[in-house]
Structures are given as C-alpha cells and as structure tokens.
Design a protein around this ligand. Structure first.
Ligand code: URA
Length: 209
C-alpha cells in the first residue's frame, strides 16, 4: 500500500488555518492555496533523482548536483486543481501541465469525464495530480484511472485537505499511488463536503457561489 504523507510543517499548518477562516477573501484564499501547494510539492518531489556534475564557480571547480532523468507533469482536476498550478510550477517551471475535467452524474453520482488533455509524452513523465480537496475520492480515483489508461506509470496525488474516506478510496483502487496532503480532517458531511474543511474550494478560489 502506498503511503499517505501528511506535510505537518508549521508554515503549512498555519496557512491551512488561514484558509479555513470563512472571513478569508478570494485574493488571500487563492494566494494561500498556491503557497500551500508549493510546500506540499516540495515534499512530493523529494525523491527526484540527482546526478553529480562539475562546474566552475568564480573560485574553484565544484562537484555539485542537478536533477537528472525524470520529467514531471502536473494534472489539475478541473476546476479547483487549477488553483494549485501557480505554486507547483514556481518550483518546477519545466513541468508540463495536463488537464482533466470531471462532473458528478446527478443520477448515478459517479464522476464522468468531460475533458482530458495530457502532454504527448505522459508515459515518460512522473505525473502529479493536484486537487485541493480529497473528499469522497471518486474524482481522484477516476482521474488516476484515466491517467493510467493514457499510459502514465508513476502517479502521485497531491491535495491540501483529505478525508479518511477519500484516502481509503484511493488506496483501495490504486494502492501504488502515494498521497501528499497538508492535513486529514474528521469526516464528510451529508453533502460530501469535508468537515471542518474550507467549504467549496473552487468557489473560494474563483470567487463564485
Ligand atoms: N470539494 C470542495 O471544494 N470542498 C469539500 O469539502 C469537498 C469537495
């Protein structure tokens, strides 16, 4: 079973508290989502391989390390996942971005894909799916399934807040996918929102209702 990594760094925890506050407005909420995404991405990329190179500093030749071999793609689940892209691409500017759009079928309650566009070389890239809220896990499971069908082999999932139900669903359907989250909240309510959570992350990022 792939691990669940909770990024319990004090700066992440502090920023998540600001995110939770119902009085935090759209501009600040958007900035916080981006900043928290950057910190979680820092941990999610900790296993990137390095190679040693030599280069000249103004004083001497230095044996030093650069990232080698693996290329990344970030895949936001539309729409709230878009809010995490600025933060993660600040850390990894060379990454490519795929997109996946899912809506919930009103009858079956199952996620239905309405859009998917991945980089051509997705099978050669480490793919990191981003979505601020891992609630039921239905969208996350569907997004991972879609990515695997398109050839992605190394997939991670990054969120800001997860629920126990969401983590269990992802781990059960895709035991190879590691999950990176800022915090695990208590539960889902009857509308499948994470409690205490932040409310609707997409609405708060984009200022809609
Ligand atoms: N999506 C959200 O935006 N918030 C939740 O609590 C759950 C899913």
């Amino acid at each position: 079973m792939a691990e669940l990594h909770i990024i319990d760094h004090p700066l992440v925890q502090h920023k998540i508290s600001l995110l939770r506050d119902k009085n935090t407005g759209t501009k600040e909420f958007r900035e916080l989502v981006s900043e928290i995404a950057m910190f979680i991405c820092y941990e999610a990329t900790r296993d990137l391989p390095l190679k040693e190179i030599e280069l000249e500093t103004p004083l001497a030749v230095a044996k030093t390390k650069i990232i080698s071999g693996r290329k990344l793609a970030f895949i936001p689940i539309l729409r709230a996942g878009l809010g995490m892209i600025e933060g993660v691409t600040t850390l990894v500017p060379a990454a490519k971005i795929g997109h996946i759009g899912l809506f919930r079928d009103p009858v079956t309650k199952e996620p239905v894909k309405y859009y998917a566009k991945m980089p051509d070389d997705i099978s050669e890239r480490d793919a990191i799916i981003v979505d601020p809220m891992l609630a039921t896990g239905n969208s996350a499971v569907a997004a991972i399934t879609e990515l695997k069908e398109l050839g992605a082999k190394h997939i991670k999932f990054m969120c800001i807040i997860c629920s126990p139900e969401g983590v269990e669903a992802v781990q059960k359907a895709h035991p190879d996918v590691e999950i990176y989250a800022g915090v695990m909240d208590e539960k889902l309510n009857e509308d499948k929102y994470i409690v205490p959570g932040v409310g609707d992350a997409g609405d708060r990022i984009f200022g809609t209702k």
